[in-house]
Design a protein around this ligand. Structure first.
Ligand SMILES: Cc1ncc(COP(=O)(O)O)c(C=O)c1O
Length: 436
C-alpha cells in the first residue's frame, strides 16, 4: 500500500528529477512510495495533492503552535513586507520581538537569527568565547541542528555505534564531518547522574558548555528525571561552564517561558526557533546579561544578513502577542492530555506494553515495555516497527503523526475537541489493524 494518490505521485516524481530524493530535508523522505507532496494547510489540517485531508500532528516538525495559515500572523506579515524587509538597521518590530521574548522567557538579552541551527551554532561560540574553553557536553539522542559540531549521537544514530554506557562513543550522524571535530564533543547518556558528575569533575577545565534539550524533543519527548536538570545546573555553575538550554522544540510550547519556566531552572543561554514564528523562519539566542554581552562588535562575532528581517519579526511579533494574550498553551495542554490518556487506554485494552512519553504539547509513545525510557538507549530497546505500523495506519486514515516515534506528536491551538475524538477513533482502528 502506498500513501501517494495519483496526483501526489506525479508531483513526487517530478520533484525527484530536480531535487535529491524529492525533498528539501532528508527527514522528509519516507521512501519513493510514501513521501507526500502537500497542497497547503489551514488550522490543524493539511491536504496532499490529491485533496486528502490529514489532521496534522507533525506541524512541520513542531513550529506551527497556533495553526497553519493563522490569520493574525499572516496579516502582520502582509502589512509589514510592503515597506521592505531587510535594511541593515534596527527596526521597531525587532525591538518589539526582543521585548516580548525577554518578558516571556525571563532572559535578559536576545539576538535574533533565522534557524535553530544558526542559534545553537552562535550559542556555542558565545560559550567558548565567554569561558575561553573549547569542548562541550551534549546528550545522546539530542539534536541541535545541522552544525558539524553537534552532529554526533543524535536520534539518527544506531545503538551499536554509541559504545558502552561507561565509555560512550561520539557516533557521527553523517559523512562529511572532518575527523578532528569529534575531539570537541563529549556525548553522555541523558539522565545519568553519575556519568555527568564524573565527566564534569575530571574535565571541567576544557569544557565551555553543556547543551541540552531539556525534554528530548528528538527522542520521543523523554523527560528529565527529577533533579537531573538541577544537577546539570549545579555542576555547570560550580565549574564556570555555560549551560545552554536548546529550546528550539520546547520554547513557547511547554510554556510561554519554555522549559526554563516549566522546570523553574535558569540556564545561561537558551536557543529558540520553531514555535516562535508559527512556521516563519525566525530564531533567537537569549540569555543572561553577562554571557550575552560577550558578543562585541569587532571582537566576538554574531551576524547575519537576514537576522531580524521583516518577514521573520512580523511573524514572531504576531505569534508572541497571540501567545501572551490568548490561552494557547492551556488549550493545547488540555487537548494533549486527552490524547495521551485516550491513547494510553486504547493500548492498555489492546494488551500492548507501552509508555506515553513527553508533555501534552509534544508527546510520543514508547512501545514494547511498560517501563518509561529515561534515555535514548532505552528508547531504542522498544518496538519501533510496531510504532511505525500503527503510525502508517493512522496516516492512511487521515491522522498524521510522524512515522518515526522519535519525533513527538505536536499539537496546535487550532486543534479542536472533535479532532481529538476523530484521532482517538482512528487510533483504535489503527491499533487493531496493525496488531492483526
Ligand atoms: C532541539 C533542536 N535544536 C535545533 C534544531 C535545528 O533547527 P533548524 O531546523 O531550524 O535549523 C532542531 C530542529 O529540529 C531541534 O529540534
Amino acid at each position: 500500500m502506498s500513501l501517494q494518490g495519483p496526483k501526489t505521485r506525479e508531483y513526487f516524481q517530478r520533484a525527484s528529477k530536480v531535487i535529491p530524493y524529492g525533498v528539501n530535508s532528508n527527514f522528509r523522505y519516507w521512501g519513493d512510495e510514501d513521501t507526500l507532496v502537500v497542497k497547503g494547510g489551514k488550522g490543524a489540517y493539511v491536504w496532499d495533492m490529491d485533496g486528502k485531508r490529514y489532521i496534522d500532528y507533525r506541524l512541520g516538525f513542531g513550529p506551527i503552535i497556533l495553526g497553519h495559515g493563522y490569520e493574525a500572523v499572516v496579516e502582520r506579515v502582509k502589512e509589514t513586507i510592503g515597506d521592505g524587509t531587510v535594511f541593515a538597521w534596527t527596526t521597531p518590530l525587532e525591538i518589539e520581538v526582543a521585548e516580548r521574548l525577554t518578558r516571556m522567557t525571563g532572559n535578559d538579552k536576545v539576538r535574533l537569527t533565522n534557524t535553530g541551527s544558526e542559534a545553537t551554532m552562535h550559542a556555542l561560540r558565545i560559550a567558548r568565547a565567554y569561558t575561553n574553553r573549547e569542548k562541550f557536553i551534549k546528550f545522546e539522542g539530542c539534536y541541535h541542528g545541522q552544525v558539524d559540531y553537534f552532529m554526533y549521537s543524535t536520534a539518527s544514530s544506531e545503538k551499536r555505534m554509541l559504545g558502552s554506557r561507561r565509555s560512550p562513543i561520539s557516533a557521527p550522524t553523517t559523512s562529511g564531518i572532518p575527523l578532528g571535530i569529534s575531539q570537541y564533543v563529549i556525548n553522555l547518556p541523558f539522565n545519568d547522574f553519575e556519568r555527568l558528575e564524573e565527566t564534569i569533575e575530571t574535565k571541567w577545565h576544557d569544557i565551555a558548555a553543556v547543551i541540552v534539550e531539556p525534554v528530548l524533543g528528538n527522542a520521543a519527548g523523554i523527560f528529565p528525571l527529577p533533579g537531573y536538570l538541577e544537577k546539570i545546573r549545579e555542576l555547570t555553575e560550580k565549574y564556570g561552564i555555560v549551560l545552554i538550554f536548546d529550546e528550539v522544540k520546547t520554547g513557547f510550547r511547554l510554556a510561554n517561558g519554555g522549559a526554563q519556566e516549566y522546570f523553574g531552572i535558569r540556564a545561561d543561554l537558551a536557543t529558540y526557533a520553531k514555535a516562535m514564528g508559527n512556521g516563519f523562519p525566525v530564531a533567537a539566542i537569549a540569555g543572561k546579561e553577562e554571557v550575552m554581552m560577550t558578543i562585541q562588535p569587532g571582537a566576538m562575532a554574531h551576524g547575519g544578513t537576514y537576522s531580524g528581517n521583516g518577514v521573520a519579526v512580523a511573524a514572531a511579533a504576531a505569534t508572541l502577542q497571540t501567545l501572551e494574550e490568548e490561552p494557547v498553551i492551556a488549550t493545547i495542554g488540555k487537548r494533549g492530555q486527552r490524547l495521551m490518556d485516550g491513547i494510553d487506554e486504547i493500548l492498555n485494552d489492546a494488551g500492548i506494553p507501552h509508555a506515553v512519553t513527553g508533555a501534552p504539547a509534544m508527546f510520543s509513545l514508547f512501545i514494547g515495555s511498560d517501563e518509561m525510557p529515561t534515555d535514548f538507549r532505552g528508547y531504542l530497546e522498544g518496538d519501533g516497527d510496531l510504532y511505525e505500523k500503527i503510525a502508517m495506519e493512522l496516516i492512511a486514515r487521515g491522522v498524521q503523526p510522524d512515522a518515526d516515534g522519535r519525533e513527538p506528536w505536536f499539537l496546535c491551538y487550532a486543534l479542536s475537541e472533535e479532532d481529538v475524538d476523530f484521532t482517538l477513533n482512528a487510533f483504535e482502528e489503527a491499533v487493531k489493524t496493525a496488531k492483526s
